[in-house]
Design a protein around this ligand. Structure first.
Ligand code: SAH
Length: 344
């Protein structure tokens, strides 16, 4: 049996056609599942009984088991879910001035091996199914009672290492009869899997692309991000240029500020040179320290000096506001705590 949340409208259409049903019923299914949020097929009053039985045989309307729910003083909520095979994933709900956003996980663990990141300490066990990503949104809404308006694909895992399922997830949550999360309210973040950046340039839904750059040159980037040995900065910049030329969209450059590693004014200048003339904006991110890692957060003064230099050199830049500081906010921390507990 397949989870209903694995199917986009097109997948349902194919299924309906294969079962001699009218393809327009795909829209009805999307409405029942995502607007009315049914928990049983019997609730679908405009579908014939025998077809409901058929659906019941082929699909399951499943959910995720919530193991822990934390709430920070600033309203950030963090959920730890257990998947059917026992694996744990984290989902974070944030309260922003513009609405509520959810940060979703795309893989169990991560193989990208970024030195500063807590998620990568556990190797990838598998990629998530589309349904397991979709359910993070549905469960976050259900458990919080909040309507989500924005999604960031920035949780544990590398979305471009689970490309097809992430794109199907976007189609489902963006559907105008379903959750209706606007394409411009969805951001996908990658550590820089270059061939997928090219492929993503042809994706017909106009979502935002963010690139985790974190360094202004190959020397520093290769020290902190293993992926740079495969896809170097110059290849990434080329891919970004292509993406911008195809989509006409501004790309976000993520840059974590790590004390004495990438936060000097020389680095800031080099970053400006690298990005000069590109339709980008830089999101400077205060580092969330991870106990097991040697990296330290930049000082406030260094962060401000870096920010000011970028501004002065006319690079669009913002310093990310921190959220959920009092609830294991750094990616992967809630999951690794629970895993340690369960090992005992
Ligand atoms: N794999 C994707 C998406 C998941 S990580 C990517 O690399 O973009 C989402 C973002 O969080 C990335 O920019 C990542 O570098 C950053 N990140 C990881 N660990 C962090 C930490 N401890 N503090 C701040 N940002 C972190």
């Amino acid at each position: 049996m397949v989870s209903v949340y694995n199917y986009s409208e097109d997948d349902f259409k194919d299924y309906l056609i294969a079962n001699n049903e009218k393809p327009f019923r795909a829209k009805q299914l999307i409405e029942w599942l995502y607007r009315h949020k049914i928990s049983s097929f019997d609730e679908m009053t405009n579908i014939k009984k025998d077809f409901i039985e058929k659906l019941k045989n082929d699909f399951i309307i499943d959910d995720l088991e919530c193991v822990t729910k934390q709430k920070a003083s600033d309203g950030t909520q963090k959920f730890l879910f257990r998947l059917n095979d026992g694996n744990l994933i984290e989902t974070v709900l944030m309260n922003n001035e513009y609405g509520y956003s959810v940060c979703v996980t795309t893989q169990v663990g991560c193989n990208m091996g970024c030195e500063f990141c807590a998620s990568g300490m556990k190797k990838k066990l598998r990629s998530l199914e589309t349904s397991e990503i979709v359910l993070q949104i549905l469960m976050a809404e259900k458990l919080s009672g909040i309507k989500i308006s924005h999604i960031v694909v920035m949780g544990i895992g590398e979305p471009f290492d689970n490309y097809d399922n992430v794109l199907r997830f976007i189609r489902i949550v963006n559907h105008p009869l379903g959750l209706q999360i606007g394409s411009r309210h969805i951001t996908v973040s990658t550590c820089g899997i270059v061939p997928k950046i090219y492929e993503f340039s042809d994706f017909d839904i106009q979502v935002n692309l963010a690139i985790s750059l974190h360094a202004p040159n190959n020397e520093i980037r290769s020290q902190i991000m293993k992926i740079n040995k495969t896809y170097s900065i110059d290849k990434i910049v080329e891919a970004i240029k292509y993406y911008i030329s195809k989509t006409n969209r501004r790309v976000t450059i993520e840059y974590i500020l790590l004390h004495s590693i990438n936060d000097t004014l020389a680095c800031a200048n080099e970053l400006c040179d690298l990005l000069h003339g590109l339709n980008i904006y830089v999101n400077l991110i205060p580092y969330n320290e991870v106990i097991e890692k040697p990296f330290k957060r930049s000082t406030k003064d260094d962060m401000m000096a870096f920010f000011d230099l970028l501004k002065k050199r006319r690079i669009n830049v913002q310093l990310r506001r921190e959220q959920g500081g009092d609830i294991d906010a750094a990616c992967g921390q809630l999951r690794s705590k629970q895993m340690k507990k369960e090992e005992l």
